[in-house]
Design a protein around this ligand. Sequence first.
Ligand SMILES: [Zn+2]
Length: 209
Amino acid sequence: MQILSFPYGIFQANMYVLLFQNEAIIIDPCTKWEKTALEGVAVKSILCTHGHFDHISRVDGLRQLFSCPLYISELDQSMLTSAELNCSASFGLSTVVSTESEVLSKTVYQASDLGITNEDFSMTVVPTPGHTDGSVCFMFEFQNGESVLFTGDMLFAGGIGRTDLGGDEDKMRHSIELLKTMDDGLICYPGHGPMTVLGREKRTNPYFG
Ligand SMILES: [Zn+2]
């Protein structure tokens, strides 16, 4: 398994590709597939950490290439189709998704639930509201014991996501408390900027004090 990141756009949102040989999962579909230069790879599922426009901007193009499900939390689903709700209108843009989406109705997904046959893992949907009401982190636990957390705009290396674009400060504080209970060695892949390790954030992130 490989985790590749493709930052894109004015806000440099990270699109992640989890590659399992010739099968892949995309997290935060915001970069054209051509930019990945991945050939012979079939995307099996697309996951959104939340509904902000800079994280969903390439959904339609990707769904034209790959007929795979698109998952988002129920609370953020309406953001996909509203430029006001996904905040693109605030930046003079009109980003909307025209293809269908499915809500994340389960807490734990197995690899096969997400269309992956080459490797076994489980993925837990961790609700972490605050940046948006429906923001989630995705925790992947692999057979080799490795765990990684895709944090979207809830957690960045040295920071957290803003709460003034449809978010809530109190909920964000609760989400930070939840992350504090997780393992220090957990590798975190944020929605913007470089990866980090949760223990480092607990020690040095000013919002975790
Ligand atoms: Zn965001």
